[in-house]
Design a protein. Structure first.
Length: 573
């Protein structure tokens, strides 16, 4: 054991020295000694290993074991791992229930808890181990907020389930629920799908929100390229975890902090990758939130512009054929980045690996005969995966999902529901018909509160074979949702947005080329009639009081950037 430095020794430049150095910190060191540290550890960087482990979901249940490999990497690189755990809320379990209100709120709680743990102990660097959807952007938001060295490791995708001779995912279960409600699938058939869809550890298998955001952080440079692609149960995952542990120490030694990687350029690169992969519309909300935490001028219009240059080249579910494990086998995010680099769709930028994004992309190895990643000469879809639209229904903007269908215009009568449950019951009762525009409101950030996802409704429609409908909401959509769906409508109903003034039978038109969502009615003569619901309490009330518009990323930090509606061009080419 080394001897401690004398009281008059020069103070280290490490952040943690405020806790570990000098006679006045003897009490702090006594606590650290009790926790297993010694004199030699006080001279090394202290690295926060923040875990989102939980036994409630396959998305995160393996992260406790993965952390040991991260800790090994930290120690090998000369650092001292300091473990913390934070919460998570799994969308797959909470979907369609009141618990889903907690999902987006958990993003802010996770970011806050990471910040408090790391700042409270003045640690030098952070590695966040993440799984289910909100843990991924929350980790990036915390790093952006603190601007410390660090990186994010995604626990990886689940492997596909197998049923009736084909690969399936959780998306198939939600659609089976709709088929069951329509009488097209019996109880045993639903049970067989339920039992087969999730074979073990890992997050939802399609290019849903978790895999979308894992790819986004890799292209952004905040996760080392390749680490997030490796499936949860793959033999290579422990080695990637060790690599990330080493990187957390190396970033500290290099003095490279999060905001050197989270820039307007890297955020745009991430948005382009989301579009090209056919990713989740939730990425718009999360990228804007990360930008707000980093103080970068990047908003929903920048996301729309990214989609304008990046048609969908990945044939991934929910709109395509393949799962994230297939993308890994085809060449992974590196291959997608190479396609984007070669086509001039992204710009070079630094990454936490120490290599630039383009250097990482040039190392891509494409599997011969793979069909998952196409090129831009023959894309899976000739347009980007989503668009931002405006109009008298959404003056501050809304996000429409374009992946998985070719529709660009829809007009129909409104079927208005105050909340997801009423809409789901109507769908399951066969009371929603072809040609309808389903409106689900009072599900926004404040109104929910918590901005629930409408996967239960969209999947039920798919499962029942109801295709020619549109759906608009001030809530969100799961990455597993597809169809002609418009979410994130802002301003939301709870703050008096125009969506609160719509009535059954109003003729609504959604026009993607014109970027417009309009209603053939004089809304100026109407007044909103909020549903009779008990006021939120506890963390839900706190969130409702603080949260910003979906057009601002639904963040809870003070003074987020204003919505970008004023920057919207009349028509995007």
């Amino acid at each position: 054991m080394s001897t401690p430095p004398p009281p008059n020794a020069p103070k280290s430049t490490r952040r943690s020295s405020v806790v570990t150095f000098g006679p006045n910190r003897a009490a702090a060191r006594s606590y650290l000694r009790a926790a297993g540290l010694d004199d030699s550890d006080f001279a090394r960087p202290l690295i926060a290993v923040v875990n989102t482990w939980s036994s409630v979901t396959p998305c995160n249940m393996h992260l406790g074991g993965l952390a040991e490999h991260v800790r090994r990497g930290v120690r090998e690189a000369g650092g001292v791992p300091i473990d913390f755990n934070t919460i998570m809320v799994t969308d797959g379990i909470s979907m369609g229930t009141p618990g889903m209100k907690a999902s987006l709120i958990s993003r802010e709680v996770i970011a806050d808890s990471i910040e408090l743990a790391v700042q409270g102990h003045q640690l030098d660097s952070v590695i966040c181990i993440v799984g289910c959807d909100k843990t991924i952007p929350a980790a990036a938001m915390a790093l952006a907020r603190m601007n410390l060295p660090g990186c994010v490791l995604y626990g990886g995708t689940i492997m596909p389930g197998h049923h009736a001779g084909k690969d399936i995912s959780i998306q198939d279960v939600f659609e089976a629920i709709g088929a069951h409600g329509a009488g097209a699938l019996d109880d045993d058939g639903l049970r067989q799908v339920e039992k087969a869809s999730c074979p073990g550890a890992g997050a939802c298998g399609g290019q849903f929100t978790a895999n979308t955001m894992a790819m986004a952080l890799s292209v952004m440079g905040l996760s080392p390229m390749g680490a997030n692609d490796v499936p949860a149960v793959h033999a290579d995952k422990p080695a990637e975890a060790e690599r990330c542990g080493r990187l957390a120490v190396e970033l500290t030694q290099r003095g490279q902090t999060a905001r050197q990687f989270i820039t307007a350029v890297s955020l745009r690169n991430a948005a382009v990758a989301v579009s090209a992969s056919g990713g989740s519309t939730n990425a718009v909300l999360h990228l804007v939130a990360i930008a707000a935490e980093a103080g970068e001028d990047f908003g929903i219009e920048d996301c729309h512009a990214a989609c304008g240059v990046a048609p969908v080249i990945c044939d991934l579910k929910p709109g395509g054929r393949f799962l994230a494990s297939d993308l890994f086998n085809a060449g992974g995010t590196r291959l997608v980045a190479k396609r984007l680099m070669d086509a001039g769709k992204i710009a070079d930028a630094p990454t936490v690996s120490g290599k630039t994004l383009f250097a990482e992309a040039r190392e891509a190895v494409e599997t011969s005969g793979q069909q998952v990643v196409r090129d831009f000469a023959s894309p899976a879809m000739a347009r980007g995966s989503y668009a931002v639209i405006y109009g008298d229904v959404a003056p501050q903007g809304a996000v429409i999902k374009l992946a998985g269908h070719e529709i660009d215009r829809f007009t129909g009568p409104a079927r208005v529901f105050d909340g997801e449950e009423a809409a789901f019951e109507a769908v399951q009762a066969g009371a929603v018909h072809e040609g309808d525009v389903i409106v689900i409101r009072y599900e926004g950030p404040k109104g929910g509160p918590g901005m629930r996802e409408m996967l239960q409704v969209t999947a039920a429609l798919k499962g029942r074979g109801v295709k020619e409908v549109a759906l608009i909401t001030d809530g969100r959509f799961s990455g597993a949702s597809y169809g002609f769906v418009v979410g994130h409508v802002a301003p939301e109903a709870a703050v008096g947005g125009p969506i609160a003034l719509l009535r059954d039978g109003d003729i609504i038109t959604i026009n993607v080329p014109d970027r417009a969502i309009s209603v053939a009615a004089d809304l100026s003569t109407r007044r909103p009639v909020p549903p009779d619901a008990p006021p939120p309490s506890g963390v839900f009330a706190k969130y409702a009081a603080l949260v910003a518009s979906a057009a601002q990323g639904a963040v809870t930090i003070p003074n987020p950037p204003p919505p970008q509606a004023a920057r919207k061009p009349e028509v995007t080419p």
